[in-house]
Write a protein that binds this ligand. Structure first.
Ligand code: AMP
Length: 590
């Protein structure tokens, strides 16, 4: 039971007495040596959470639940949209497989602090490999399985892994992609030589193991099991490269203790998810949401986590929610748009166990949220995240007994405990500007960035005073402390000296019933500096597409003609990052 009934009480407790707040939150985790201090400034100026306390994240995610009577409960349920396989492991089975694979990694020479690179699609084995690393204090580096050889080589050189783990193939839709040629290309290109490679053999395309180099994952799992190693709270748990939404890819380092505490608190406070309930995130395990809410948070909280390989269709998501009595569904706006498109001729879902749905990752237009609410007949909310923060910066708090005001429901919510957003207006006196966060960031956020084989202070994110973390997102904060997001700083368009975020224009265009997706970018304008250009994807099911004039009129009616939207380009699709986010910069405007 959480001690706060209102958001204001929660916010004040976290702001006024942070040490007491976080030491109390830390009780959700099992420690070997419990913390006596919450936050300490490091010699390099960054911050450690729960310094000198010791724990093991894998023990918290797996073993303690077996000890506490959850051994027979499903821990992970995996479904592949490509192969139609479905597998489930109980907490007891997971403990056995993780302990065995951890023994296998040890037999390959992996020690505490060594990096293990995991380039696999979302599979049970991916989660097992992550947890096995956590068990022995090795640092996992999960890399999106769809990267080509050169991209994989760059990451291999960045983290210098002792072992690389791959699956013999992955899938793009129903197309089988063999992974061994990609691995071979990456290893030829990379300067660093891993000591060994481990391959999960898949029936669709088994790899031919090289005797000197390769080991079979399932054989290694049979190794002598090893117990969890106790680590310092501030020791690194993993490195995760940013997807590139926030600039060039950086290796974000996450600690053990702060991460476990933040995720355990968030499950209760934000998602309102109790031990024994089922959490389903549609995210790939290669992204931060997959790390945090596919694996660690649900398991640390004694929940069941549903994992899915490949893009799940609306009917697959509904089926999985139904079969596994999912309580919380966490998905992306892109996935939600696909669901809206697919759901046309399907009956409304009947999902009595599903309590609430969360989206994050990019701008969500209120029309889409409205559709999802009426389709699922459940609360559907948006929250704001970064790979760097590891959990949501702003959110809606389903664990608090007092409901959120309805007026906040279309926004990204209010700051989670320990996050203190401040607006830095680019034009003095304006309410909008870049959102920065005062330091220290709460537990669970980046413990540093990985550079030249070490953890460094994330200077690229600091403002010139060194007191604030820059999010590079623009927005404003209203009197209820709700944050309103306007997009990335570099997506702001300056029309005759007046700033307008592309997202504000997109919001209006997206409310047209025939628009499936849109993006607005800046084009150079001889007279006014910049002008907006809209790229629009029309809903495939609509016979009657909107005209450019109709869209321009709709925007002008809301924002005024000064916006100067004169050009609407109809396209088949918008460019996206590998994680599915629209990349406005790649829309070439000439
Ligand atoms: P990534 O680290 O790749 O997950 O990207 C983080 C960025 O995604 C943020 O800095 C935002 O620009 C964007 N983002 C995440 N969540 C939201 C959201 N709910 N609404 C709008 N943008 C978001």
């Amino acid at each position: 039971m959480l001690p706060w009934t209102t958001y204001d009480a929660l916010y004040e407790a976290a702001t006024n007495q942070p040490e007491a707040f976080w030491l109390d939150a830390a009780q959700r985790v099992t420690w070997k040596k419990p913390p006596v201090a919450a936050c300490r400034t490091r010699a390099d100026g960054w911050h450690d959470w729960f310094p000198d306390a010791t724990l093991n994240t894998c023990y918290n995610a797996v073993d303690r639940h077996v000890e506490n009577g959850r051994g027979a409960q499903a821990a992970l349920i995996w479904h592949s949209c490509a192969t139609r396989e479905c597998q489930s492991v109980t907490y007891r089975e997971l403990q056995g497989r993780v302990a065995g694979f951890a023994g296998g990694l040890r037999s390959l020479g992996v020690e505490q602090g060594d990096r293990v690179l995991i380039a696999m699609p979302t599979m049970l084995e991916t989660a097992i490999a992550m947890l096995a690393c956590a068990r022995i204090g090795a640092v996992h580096v999960v890399v999106f399985a769809g990267y080509a050889g050169p991209e994989l080589a760059r990451r291999i050189d960045d983290v210098a892994p002792k072992v690389v783990i791959i699956a013999s193939c992955s899938f793009q839709g129903q197309t089988v992609i063999a992974s061994e040629p990609v691995l071979n290309e990456a290893l030829t290109e990379a300067k660093h030589r891993p000591q060994a490679c481990v391959i999960v053999q898949r029936d669709a395309c088994p790899a031919s193991l090289l005797p000197e180099r390769d080991h079979d994952f399932h054989v290694l799992e049979q190794s002598v099991p090893v117990d969890p190693v106790m680590l310092r709270s501030e020791d690194p748990l993993y490195i995760l490269h940013t997807s590139g939404t926030t600039g060039s890819a950086k290796g974000i380092v996450r600690d053990n203790g702060g991460h476990a505490v933040a995720l355990a608190l968030s499950m209760e406070l934000i998602y309102g998810c109790k031990p024994g309930e089922t959490f389903f995130t549609t995210s790939d395990l290669g992204w931060v949401v997959g790390h945090s809410y596919g694996v660690y948070a649900p398991l640390i909280s004694g929940c069941t986590s549903v994992l899915v390989e490949g893009g799940a269709s609306a009917s697959a998501i509904r089926k999985l929610c139904h079969e596994h009595e999912v309580t919380c569904l966490f998905t992306t706006p892109t996935q939600m748009r696909l669901m809206r498109q697919e759901s046309r001729n399907q009956p409304e879902p009947v999902l009595p166990a599903l309590a609430r749905i969360f989206v994050a990752g990019e701008y969500v237009d209120p029309t889409l949220l409205g559709w999802a609410r009426s389709y699922f007949r459940k609360p559907v909310v948006n929250h704001w995240w970064q790979t760097e923060t590891g959990w949501s910066i702003t959110a809606h708090f389903f664990g608090l007994p007092e409901c959120e005001p309805v007026s906040l429901m279309n926004d990204i919510g209010r700051p989670a405990p320990g996050f203190h957003p401040v607006i830095v207006p680019s034009v003095p006196g304006e309410q909008c500007g870049e959102i920065v966060l005062s330091l220290p960031l709460p537990p669970g956020c980046l413990a540093g960035v990985w550079k030249e084989r070490e953890v460094h202070v994330p200077t690229a994110y600091l403002d010139e005073t060194g007191r604030y973390y820059r999010t590079f997102d623009e927005g404003m904060i209203d009197p209820m402390r709700a944050v309103h997001m306007l997009g990335r700083s570099d997506d702001v368009i300056k029309v005759a000296g007046r700033r307008i975020s592309g997202v504000q224009i997109e919001k209006i265009i997206a409310s047209h019933p025939a628009v499936y997706a849109c993006a607005v970018v800046a084009a150079p304008d001889a007279l006014r500096g910049q002008r907006p250009v809209a790229y629009v994807v029309v809903n495939p099911g609509r016979e009657c597409a909107p005209s450019s004039e109709e869209i321009i009129r709709q925007v002008n009616n809301v924002l005024g003609r000064w916006i100067g939207l004169k050009e609407v380009r109809f396209v088949q699709q918008l460019p996206t990052t590998v994680s599915g986010k629209i990349t406005r910069k790649r829309l070439l405007v000439s």
